[in-house]
Design a protein around this ligand. Structure first.
Ligand code: SAH
Length: 212
């Protein structure tokens, strides 16, 4: 393993953002350098977001770890992601869910979609779709887990409806500069439990109708 990768993983384990064996294993397996632009490969294991294209970014490794742990992903889960970006988060989820699971990841910026789709080609249980993910994807619903990796002013109701009872959704919520990391658990057909887990900065979620 690259020395800087080992260092980053040890750092994330020691400061408690990376905890579960399944997630640790996924971070060990996925090569972040395969998800950044060539000029940033040397910095792939710095704990920072890096620019990709069209003003978008690959998320900071610690943020990916925190969201992955909050989501409580298990083998066999079907997961819906809003914001493929580089594809790195989808690759981490793919390793955890294994062959019996599926990640459906969506991206709204054409050139970012092409980049992310290519990066995750070898992850056979991931399907990348060019789609406004804020509107959900009824065809594959309901989902065990939903993850939004762009700042949402509020959680779209349609996504809450596409969550299984007992399912979980993680999203950075807020219209300002900072967002609250939000965990929503669907307790029953009608009840959702919401908890908050710190402040983060994400690029905004966008939509065709600009209402999101
Ligand atoms: N998960 C990514 C980080 C994504 S950054 C990674 O691991 O690298 C957020 C991404 O969400 C951007 O690429 C942005 O274009 C995309 N996005 C914003 N609004 C969206 C929407 N409504 N549907 C799908 N993707 C969206």
């Amino acid at each position: 393993m690259r020395e800087d990768k080992r260092f980053l993983l040890n750092l994330m384990k020691s400061n408690g953002v990376l905890k579960s064996l399944l997630a640790i294993h996924a971070f060990e397996k996925v090569a972040r350098e395969d998800f950044v632009l060539p000029e940033y490969k040397k910095r792939a294991y710095d704990d920072i977001p890096l620019p990709i294209m069209a003003g978008q970014t690959i998320s900071q490794p610690s943020t990916v770890a925190i969201m992955t742990e909050l989501l409580g992903v298990r083998e066999g889960h079907k997961i819906f992601e809003v914001g493929t970006g580089s594809g790195y988060q989808a690759a981490i989820l793919s390793e955890i869910i294994g062959k019996s699971g599926k990640v459906i990841t969506t991206e709204i910026v054409p050139e970012v979609f092409e980049f992310g789709k290519k990066n995750i080609e070898k992850y056979r249980n991931v399907e990348a779709i060019f789609l406004d993910g804020s509107k959900g994807h009824e065809k594959e619903a309901p989902y065990d887990r939903i993850i939004i990796t762009a700042a949402a002013p509020e959680i779209p109701e349609i996504l809450k409806k596409q969550l299984k009872v007992g399912g979980k959704m993680v999203a950075p919520v807020g219209a300002g500069l900072m967002q609250k990391m939000t965990l929503i658990e669907r307790v029953s057909e009608k009840e959702y439990k919401t908890t908050y887990h710190g402040a983060f900065m994400f690029v905004p979620m966008r939509g065709d109708d600009e209402k999101v």
